[in-house]
Design a protein around this ligand. Structure first.
Ligand SMILES: Cc1cc2nc3c(=O)[nH]c(=O)nc-3n(C[C@H](O)[C@H](O)[C@H](O)COP(=O)(O)OP(=O)(O)OC[C@H]3O[C@@H](n4cnc5c(N)ncnc54)[C@H](O)[C@@H]3O)c2cc1C
Length: 419
């Protein structure tokens, strides 16, 4: 059986940053496996700028940002297998991959880092009435067709869902000469970043219809139009509100799902809300020596946060293969309440954590003038005023190790919003 110290599944920004950090922490035998024919993940098709403001203090395009990490991986001589798909992993860190030159190969990894990214929610998952005509694309597929393959996907476009990819594609399609008629969003708020609403819709006069959805798609061969209807607070369609739009293209930007089939196969605990694995503060999943980072763990809005998280996974995986063992100290469960939907990590070990840990979380609605509070058991550790928090923008709280040391007698850390 072939043995490798660290195997990283996915060569997107998460996998690349994890590889660099694992190398810099002292591990030399690292293998990155990527199913695409190039490294960089989804960033290769994101030719707009806005990447890397935190990491490099510069506004880069997606390919430029990815290239910075690809060069670091190459400079360190880290092996990357491209055009190679991982088909199975086990909870004891056997990794099976397949490619055209080697066939099916199984290797034993000292540690595994899951960095498989996420995929878009397809039309089938949305249940919109109508035939299955050409002209309905997920926004990311349209982005690849336009930006990588140089194809024009349509001339009159309606977009369902105001996730960041949909917003970015509204601008992209307009710049390509198409008319974007509207973006319809089911929720009373957008799930995208405010900067994308301003720069991609407002600047181009594209209306954002909140609390609206597509109630019917017309056309048998190719989309000929859609009905856009208002929805009530329970998200049911309000009869008599349908407005018809003549269009040849419908783009769907209705959410991203962490790509966790391999994780599930391995029997690793998956979080009901994030769709990614539950992890401890060192980003280890419920399987010993299997770490996770990036969009496979939870969907991020900014790639800078992905890189930061992935570097931590790389460093921790390196420590694991170097023989770091767990202590018997307490493990605290992070619980979320009062407007906070989820947090990552889900568990913190005060005796093993570094001096501080950044807990990332998302809220379940738009809240103004609230306090973010962190409790250790019933004791309030900190509060921080928030003028506004929105589901589309990931938030974070830094928790200090010294504050958790008197953890005896409690087994939870609570994050919540208070008036
Ligand atoms: C349209 C769009 C616009 C965005 N705009 C911005 C922006 O302006 N600014 C910003 O900061 N962020 C932006 N982001 C977010 C950022 O691009 C993502 O957060 C980041 O790419 C996530 O990195 P990742 O490595 O986790 O996932 P990915 O980039 O998706 O990489 C995952 C990789 O894993 C590979 N893989 C999956 N399964 C397997 C398998 N079984 N075997 C082998 N390989 C596998 C995939 O092929 C892929 O290359 C945008 C994202 C999108 C989609």
């Amino acid at each position: 059986m072939i043995k490798r110290d660290i195997v990283i599944i996915g060569g997107g920004p998460a996998g690349l940053a994890a590889a660099v950090a694992a190398y810099d922490a002292g591990t030399r035998d690292i293998l990155v496996i990527e199913r695409d024919e190039r490294l960089g993940g989804i960033l290769g098709q994101c030719i707009h700028n806005g990447f890397g403001l935190h990491t490099f203090k510069e506004e880069l395009t997606g390919p430029e940002y990815a290239d910075r990490f690809i060069r670091q991986v190459k400079d360190r001589g880290i092996e990357c297998k491209l055009d190679t798909i991982v088909t199975n992993i086990s909870d004891t860190r056997s990794v099976t991959y397949m490619n055209g030159s080697e066939g099916v190969v199984t290797i034993e990894a000292g540690a595994v880092i899951l960095a498989m990214g996420c995929r878009e929610r397809p039309r089938g998952a949305l249940g919109i009435p109508g035939y299955r005509p050409a002209g309905v694309y997920t926004a990311g597929t349209a982005q690849r067709l336009v930006n990588i393959e140089g194809k024009c996907v349509g001339k009159r476009v309606v977009i369902l869902g105001s996730g960041d990819i949909g917003l970015i594609m509204a601008r992209r399609m307009t710049l390509e000469g198409a008319k974007v008629l509207c973006v319809a969003e089911l929720m009373p708020y957008s799930s995208g970043l405010q900067r994308n609403i301003t720069q991609c819709l407002d600047d181009f006069g594209i209306p954002l219809l909140l609390s609206h959805t597509i109630s019917k798609i017309y056309g048998k061969e190719r989309v000929t139009g859609v009905d856009v209807s208002e929805v009530a607070s329970d998200r049911s369609i309000m009869p008599g509100t349908a407005v018809h739009y003549d269009c040849d293209t419908l783009l769907l930007s209705c959410g991203l799902l962490p790509e966790n089939e391999l994780t599930r196969q391995a029997g690793i605990d998956i979080n009901r809300i994030t769709g990614g694995p539950d992890v401890r503060d060192d980003l280890e999943t419920s399987a010993e020596g299997v770490f996770a980072c990036g969009n496979v763990l939870h969907v991020h809005d900014l790639v800078d946060n992905v890189s930061q998280e992935a570097m931590r996974a790389g460093k921790m995986a390196s420590a694991f293969v170097s023989g770091r063992t767990r202590t018997d100290g307490p493990v605290l469960k992070v619980v979320t309440e009062g407007g906070i939907r989820y947090s990552v990590p889900q568990y913190i070990s005060p005796s093993e954590m570094e001096d501080s840990i950044t807990v990332r979380f998302r809220v379940d609605g738009v809240y103004r003038d609230r306090k973010l509070c962190v409790y250790l058991g019933s004791e309030k550790l900190k509060e921080q005023r928030k003028n506004i928090v929105k589901p589309g923008e990931m938030e974070q709280a830094v928790i200090l190790k010294k504050d958790l040391e008197p953890a005896a007698g409690t087994d939870t850390i609570k994050l919540c919003l208070e008036d």
